[in-house]
Design a protein around this ligand. Structure first.
Ligand code: ADP
Length: 312
């Protein structure tokens, strides 16, 4: 049994550099085609594994070559892959990503095998979730499975961390099961109706989330860092929360893909090591800052030694 369980998606990111986005009916020549391992669940699981967490991953891949190879890569990164299911007659999830020369991107997703991570499958891993200290999830797999996993966790005192990405509205039935939530500014806006533009609006958005029963709110602010807000002790639904910005690190950003994923994987790793939350956030900032200096999703996620020497 592992101390951390990550439940989430696995994707093959098909990335193509294009001069501009093709219009309907137009054919353009792209370049630098690459297939890069991605998917928010996998990215966060890989970050935690590379940084030294004792982690088991619950996920679904297809019975294709990418699916088979990625499970081997996960195991090489040191994670327990017993709960990574290879689904018959399914393809591994994909993201078709076009990156234009002006830096803009356009992305189409097919959840494929990720869509099969439903309640029945989650229930097979009840004991693993119940035995963990933390359960970390995102929103690229079916909501019914995510909510079921959160329910199992809540009943067994496993702390639930939800990274509510990609942005979507969420039912209160899920949010009340969450102990810690880590939206970016866009996701916080969608969840709370409050546009996060500064510290005051971040505090307002955090209060809305505390009102749903979530004790700890972390609104990530890109290069600016994170807004941390803790509900008053023992009364998540009452009273004004205490909040502050914990600044990130200044680096030359090359590609911010998987910054949030690296942040979440690193954060939970540091929490497992009993680091106080503020210190865990500095560790997460360091790992995420290194990741933005490199291209790609899982290709950009650093290992432990690199983060430790960055912080030394
Ligand atoms: P997401 O990638 O989910 O949109 P953010 O953009 O808010 O999330 O970034 C998450 C975290 O990644 C930040 O809190 C910070 O630690 C780090 N980060 C993101 N962009 C940068 C950057 N340009 N420079 C340094 N750190 C960054």
């Amino acid at each position: 049994m592992n101390k951390l369980v990550v439940l989430g998606s696995v994707n093959a990111d098909h990335v193509l550099q294009v001069p501009s986005f093709p219009r309907p009916g137009e054919t353009l020549h792209g370049r630098n085609y690459q297939v890069i391992p991605g998917g928010k669940g996998a990215n966060q699981a890989v970050a935690a594994a590379r940084l030294g967490a004792d982690i088991g991953f619950i996920a679904c891949v297809g019975d294709d070559a990418f699916g088979q190879n990625i499970v081997k890569a996960f195991a090489n990164d040191g994670m327990n892959v017993d709960a990574v299911h290879c689904m018959e007659n399914a393809m591994t999830g994909i993201a078709m990503i076009q990156v234009a020369d002006n830096g803009e991107n356009s992305i189409c997703l097919d959840a494929a095998a990720n869509a099969l991570l439903t309640v029945e499958l989650v229930n097979q891993h009840e004991a693993q979730i119940a035995a963990a200290d933390y359960l970390l999830m995102q929103l690229e797999t079916p909501l019914c499975g995510i909510e079921q996993a959160a329910r199992i966790a809540k009943e067994s005192n496993t702390q639930v961390i939800l990274n509510p990405a990609p942005a979507r509205e969420l039912p209160d039935s899920l949010l009340t099961l969450v102990d810690m939530i880590s939206p970016n500014e866009t996701e916080a806006h969608l969840l709370t109706g409050i546009e996060v533009t500064d510290e005051a609006s971040a505090a307002q958005a955090a209060d809305v989330l505390h009102g749903k029963g979530i004790a700890t709110v972390l609104i990530t602010l890109g290069a600016k860092g994170v807004y941390l807000s803790r509900a008053n002790e023992g009364a998540a639904n009452e009273g004004a929360a205490e909040g502050c910005i914990i600044a990130g690190f200044r680096v030359e950003a090359t590609d911010t893909t998987a910054a949030g994923d690296t942040f979440n994987g690193a954060l939970v790793t540091a929490l497992l090591e009993q680091k106080p939350l503020e210190q865990a956030l500095v560790f997460a900032h360091a790992a995420a800052a290194i990741s933005v200096t490199r291209f790609g999703a899982q290709t950009s996620i650093p290992g432990r030694e690199e983060v430790d020497s960055f912080l030394a």
